[in-house]
Design a protein around this ligand. Structure first.
Ligand SMILES: [Zn+2]
Length: 124
C-alpha cells in the first residue's frame, strides 16, 4: 500500500455520510414511535408501576429506548457536522489544530473532527 497521503475521495465520503445520516434519522424516528407506544401502554395500564410486572418492563423499555435515541442523536449530530465540513471544504482537517487528519483515521471514522493527537489530548 502507498504509505503517502492518498487524496481523500470526497464524493465517496459524502455518499457514505449522507447514507449514514438517512439511516440515523430513520432509526430516531423508529425509536420515537416506540417511545410513544411505551407512553401509551403506560397510560393504559395501572398507575402502580412498582408492583406491576408489566409496568417495570415498560420502565426498562423506556430507559433502553431513551438511551438508544440519545446515542443515535449524538451520532447524527457528528454526521451532520462532518457533512457541513465537506460543504465548507474543511473536511479532513482537524477542527482544533487545523492539521490534516490521517487518511487511515478518516477511513476508520469518517465523522472524525479531530486529528489523533488532539483527540488523545482531549481524552487526557
Ligand atoms: Zn489536531
Amino acid at each position: 500500500m502507498n504509505a503517502g497521503m492518498s487524496p481523500l475521495d470526497q464524493t465517496r465520503v459524502e455518499t457514505l455520510l449522507r447514507g449514514e445520516k438517512a439511516d440515523l434519522e430513520r432509526s430516531i424516528r423508529g425509536t420515537r414511535s416506540e417511545l410513544e407506544a411505551v407512553l401509551e401502554a403506560r397510560a393504559d395500564g395501572s398507575a402502580d408501576d412498582e408492583h406491576d410486572p408489566e409496568g417495570s418492563t415498560l420502565s426498562s423499555d423506556w430507559s433502553r429506548l431513551q438511551g438508544l435515541r440519545s446515542s443515535f442523536a449524538a451520532r447524527l449530530a457528528e454526521t451532520e457536522e462532518a457533512i457541513a465540513r465537506l460543504d465548507a471544504g474543511t473536511y479532513g482537517r482537524c477542527v482544533s489544530c487545523g492539521r490534516e487528519i490521517a487518511a487511515a483515521r478518516l477511513e476508520a471514522r469518517p465523522v472524525a473532527a479531530l486529528c489523533i493527537d488532539c483527540a488523545r489530548e482531549l481524552q487526557g
